[in-house]
Design a protein around this ligand. Structure first.
Ligand SMILES: [Ca+2]
Ligand SMILES: [Ca+2]
Ligand SMILES: [Ca+2]
Length: 238
């Protein structure tokens, strides 16, 4: 097909419009499945990646009673952020904790509802995320509390001991709560669990920073649009 001036104009308009729509309203949602075993420290947390868009679910496996999986996530909307264990393959009594980028604990939960083992971090909690940015979300089987400092005894626990009915939203008011995560108090005997889990997320995106090519495409598109607008203005003025 001959590429004449009309075709060129059509391309010039459609490219920036498409790009803008794509950036403003990322329609696709991404599900992430743990690759291998996610680490349990900020330095070894696994970062879900994918096409730009909403991160809807994280799937993974708690392989033993001492397995902790930490995921580095980008919370784009702190007001709507929530995380809830939506599925488990068996009877995983999960815990969820949100840490900030540096490993300071924000809030955690053992059981989202009475007589369930699954956990949830609600939206709009005072101790929840207050600003968009990188955070670390941990899922683990009960019995492995997070610690700070150089020890694993209860005087390093970041959270207070959880008590019945286990549905409280816990904040980092334990003896080690004012310092950042250095480890998890592990159980003496490691037992295989191999429980699969799904965590449903709100307010989380992947690849929040547009790739350089996207910027280039957007700028090129806007440049072409600007040229066309200028040309048209000139035409009307005459
Ligand atoms: Ca794991
Ligand atoms: Ca792990
Ligand atoms: Ca639980």
């Amino acid at each position: 097909m001959k590429l004449n001036a009309i075709h060129f104009k059509k391309i010039a308009v459609s490219v920036p419009l498409f790009t803008l729509a794509f950036l403003a309203n990322p329609a696709h949602a991404v599900d992430w499945t743990e690759i291998g075993d996610a680490g349990q420290l900020v330095s070894t947390a696994q970062m879900p990646t994918g096409d730009e868009g909403r991160l809807r679910n994280i799937y993974g496996t708690i392989s033993t009673n001492n397995d902790v999986d930490l995921f580095r996530i980008y919370i784009s909307n702190p007001t709507t952020f929530s995380a809830g264990v939506s599925s488990t393959s068996g009877n995983l009594d999960s815990g969820l904790i949100l840490f900030n980028e540096g490993g300071y604990a924000l809030y955690g939960n053992d059981d989202a509802m009475l007589r369930t083992g699954t956990s949830g971090l609600p939206a709009g909690h005072l101790s929840g995320p207050q600003a968009p940015g990188w955070y670390n979300l941990a899922i683990f089987a009960l019995g492995t509390p997070p610690v700070s400092g150089d020890g694993f005894t209860s005087d390093h626990y970041m959270f207070p001991n959880v008590s019945s009915p286990y549905t409280q939203i816990l904040t980092a008011t334990g003896p080690g709560g004012a310092s950042s995560l250095t480890g998890w108090a592990q159980l003496k005997d490691t037992v295989a669990l191999n429980e699969e889990y799904g965590i449903r997320l709100s307010g989380v995106t992947v690849s929040p920073v547009p790739e350089p090519e996207t910027y280039a495409m957007l700028l090129a598109g806007l440049g072409l649009m600007g040229m066309m607008v200028r040309r048209r203005k000139g035409f009307i003025a005459r």
